[in-house]
Design a protein around this ligand. Sequence first.
Ligand SMILES: [Zn+2]
Length: 376
Amino acid sequence: MSGAAFIYSPFAAQYSMGESHPLRPVRVQLTYELLEAYGAFKLPGSQLVKPEPASEADILTFHDPAYVEAVKKISRGEYVPDAHRYNIAEGGDNPPYEFMYEVSSLAAGAGLKGAKMLLDGEVDTAFNVIGGYHHAARNHASGFCVFNDLVIALLWLLKQGKRPLYIDIDCHHGDGVQHAFETTGHLMTISLHESGHYLFPGTGMVEEFGKGPGMAWAVNVPLHPHTDDETYLWAFREVVPPLVKAVKPDVLVTQLGCDTHYLDPLTHLQLTTAGYTQVIRELKALSPGKWLAFGGGGYEISVVARAWALAYGVMLDQDWPDQIPTSFSDKYGLKQLRDHKQPFIDRTDKTAAWEQARKAVDQVKRLIFPPHRLKS
Ligand SMILES: [Zn+2]
C-alpha cells in the first residue's frame, strides 16, 4: 500500500530542556501546524498517527538497565548522585528535566510504531518527526539525546528478519547508531556530516569504517564547514546510491536532521532548503518500498518547520505552494516555504569544501567499495 504516516504527538512539544537550551521542542509543533495549514493530513494516502511510548522492555533492547533506571528517577525530579556517570548535568548538553523519560520513550515508541506500520503494509513511508536521537549511547546521554530511538527501531527490524540500511544526513556525525552496529556486520550505517575537526561529536572520519564482522559496514563522509548544496549533492551521489544498490536493503531508515542549513546557529554547513529537499527526493528514490524516516537536529526554528514540511511533501509526492497559508503565516510571520536567499561562500572556501568532499569520497571508494564489489 502506498502512502505516508506522519507520527506526531503534541506532548513532544510540551516539555523544556531549559530556557537557554538550543533544542526547542516547539519546532515539531510548528512543523505539524505548517503541514496542517497546507492540508497535508487530509490528502489521500496521508495519515496523522499518534504514537504510544515504547515499553521499558523495548528500551532495554539497547539501553543499560542502570541508565534507564537513572533516567526514570531524574525524570521524576529525584536526586541521582551519580547522574554525571550518565552524562546528565545541570547546565550541560543533557540537563535533567521533567518528563525526560516520558518524552524519550515516546520518541522510541513513535519509531517502533512507524516500523510496524511499514511491515504491516499500512504505508510505504513513516516519518517519526519527534525522533532521531542519534547520539544516545547504550549507557549514557549525549548531544541532547537520551534514548536512541533509531537503534531501538533498527534492532526491532533486525529481529523481524529485515535487512535495514541506515542513512544519516544530520549535520552531526551519527555516532550513537554507528557505534551500536560497527562491530556486528548486521547493517550498514552511512553518515554525511560536517567534519569532526570542526563540530561535535568530533568523530566520523572515513577511517572509522567498522571492525571485525562490521568491517566496511560503517560509512562516513566528513565535509568541510563551507559545503554548499552543489558539493553536498555531489558527495551524496558518489557514495550513497552505489552502496544502497550493492547492499540491497529491504527497509531504508533515515535520520533527516536539518541542521545542515546555512542559518543553523550550531553548525557551519551551508545547505539551503533546495539542496535539502533534493537529498530527500533522492533518498525516496532509493527506498525499496519501505522507508522509515526520523527527524533529528535543527536549531533555527524558522528553518525546521519549513525543511520538514518540504520533506513530508516529498514523501506524499506533493510540491506545496511556496506561499505559506495565511493561517500559519499570520501567526508566525513566515511567508515563504523555500529559501530565496543563498549563503555567500567565497572562492577559497568553496574550493576548500570541494577538495575535502573529493578527498572523503575517494577514501570511501578506496576503503569501502571493494569489499562490496563496487569499483573504487
Ligand atoms: Zn545535528
